[in-house]
Ligand binder design. Sequence first.
Ligand code: PEP
Length: 257
Amino acid sequence: DVTRKPIIAGNWKSNLNHYEANLLVQKLAASLTAEQLAAVETVVLPPFTDLRTVQTAIEGDKLAIVYGAQDISQHNGGAYTGEIAGAFLAKLGATYVVVGHSERREYHNESDELINAKNKAAFAAGLVPIFCVGEGLEIREAGNQVEHVLAQVDAGLEGLKTEQLKQIVIAYEPVWAIGTGKTATPEDAQEVCGAIRARLLEKFGAEVADVVRIQYGGSVKSGNIAQIMAKPDVDGALVGGASLDAEEFASIVRFPE
Ligand code: PEP
């Protein structure tokens, strides 16, 4: 039997200035015990401009909270105005980086090829991608969600080494459930997360499939997290809106209780 440590990550999106970021991290730390933080890997994903503040708050108080960024450049530095290279994120103590969030796929036309390059750039900088996949409403209504998501998984993982595949976190986020208050049912989440794990098993074997953590994302809150986490192939959650409130996010992290 394999145990995968649950991972709950809060995607702040373009919210919270550095003062608000500091406050939220302090409140979160005050709301969670060492035991709770040991049981569930707890991650915050602030805007780039808050990373130094979050680093200072977490390192200064030796908090067992980890953090990461919401995007990464495919390039490792150079003449790419406005881009943030992975090395800069690693230097700021980031552990994770979100790659291929549906808002970036949609508003910035990020392709599967670019997302694959960003997954590789993350590993090259010593970061772990939280690699996002998920179908839009039309695809869901046509019943093609599994096929669509597996194609995204195949493309995003192309060329990664076994040691990298074993570390990656995959976030299944049905686009129609993000920020809409519409949560996929636990059965919907399990259908796709189970299909992702089956694909990992088929392509890379049990050494990868058994250890990769797969998150569900889409209107997760304290009231629905436990039922979602009860599903065998769901190992965590990527939380947007509900991660902006320290007490609510802490309640989500306390889901095992
Ligand atoms: C997200 O942005 O990854 C997300 C899941 O958002 P929300 O929880 O607000 O639906």
